[in-house]
Design a protein around this ligand. Structure first.
Ligand code: ADP
Ligand code: MG
Length: 241
């Protein structure tokens, strides 16, 4: 469903941030990406939905080439949900409007239909009672659950998460992870950049370890945790576990 082949990316002429990165994610698969700060994880997933251009290799989502200039990126991006570390909700809009704006503006859904779907999603993430509030009135964990619901409102074919819990107070991490676990169990295709190895153990099919802009290891999770192949992954795991 998502396929990266030999992706190279530079930030300016002197700095190659991604080096020949390849990654295949099948429909319904959950892939956790981990690695040291600065290893290129955020850049990699921004490239997947075309937020950053690449200079070498290719990226495809379903049949559409992200790296083909003829691809309608607005449409493609709308089909891949993205959840960031900092929730990036629209601050001047209610929770309900945050969920309705995309379906109305990008997908042309009537307001009533967008609202019905939004309320069902808010119900699912446990926030239906907060629909009329503004983001600032919610806790970090609640805002991140709204961000997930907002991404789901666009009927995504896959979801990308970039350290969705790393800006949260510890007591709020699980309420967000629980929503993600449920999503994974329902069969959503997911790429999740996270250092929450408990999450990885629960739902990941594979763990990808990046360092220095390269995919160093791509293993089934039990192999990764049981016997990581590369010394760098061993060292990384010893620091975070
Ligand atoms: P990670 O998410 O693994 O911490 P990033 O993808 O954010 O890594 O960053 C990888 C490297 O690219 C880092 O050295 C970072 O400083 C650099 N970088 C990230 N974004 C930019 C940018 N827009 N312009 C230039 N350098 C960047
Ligand atoms: Mg990052």
């Amino acid at each position: 469903m998502i396929s990266l082949k030999g992706v190279d990316k530079w930030y300016g002429p002197g700095f190659q941030v991604l080096r020949g990165c390849s990654l295949d994610v099948a429909r319904g698969e959950v892939v956790v990406v981990c690695g040291p700060s600065g290893s290129g994880k955020s850049t990699l997933i921004k490239c997947v939905n075309g937020l950053e251009p690449v200079q070498g290799g290719s990226i495809a989502i379903e049949a559409a080439e992200v790296t083909d200039p003829k691809t309608d990126m607005t449409k493609l991006r709308a089909r891949v949900g993205m959840v960031f570390q900092h929730f990036e909700l629209f601050p001047h809009m209610s929770v309900l409007d945050n969920l309705c704006i995309g379906p109305q503006k990008v997908m042309g859904r009537p307001r009533a239909e967008a609202e019905a779907k939004a309320m069902a999603l808010l119900e699912r993430v446990g926030l239906a009672a907060h629909a009329a509030k503004f983001p600032i009135q919610l806790s970090g964990g609640q805002q991140q659950r709204v961000a997930i619901a907002r991404a789901l409102a666009m009927d995504p074919v896959a979801m990308l998460f970039d350290e969705p819990t790393s800006a949260l107070d510890p007591e709020m991490i699980n309420e967000v992870l629980d929503v993600m676990v449920e999503l994974a169990r329902e069969g959503m295709t997911m790429i999740v950049v996270t250092h929450e190895m408990g999450f990885a153990r629960r739902v990941a099919d594979r763990v990808v370890f990046m360092d220095g802009g390269e995919v160093i290891e791509d293993s089934p999770k039990d192999d990764f945790f049981g016997a990581p192949k590369s010394p760098r992954a061993v060292e990384f795991l010893s620091k975070i576990l």
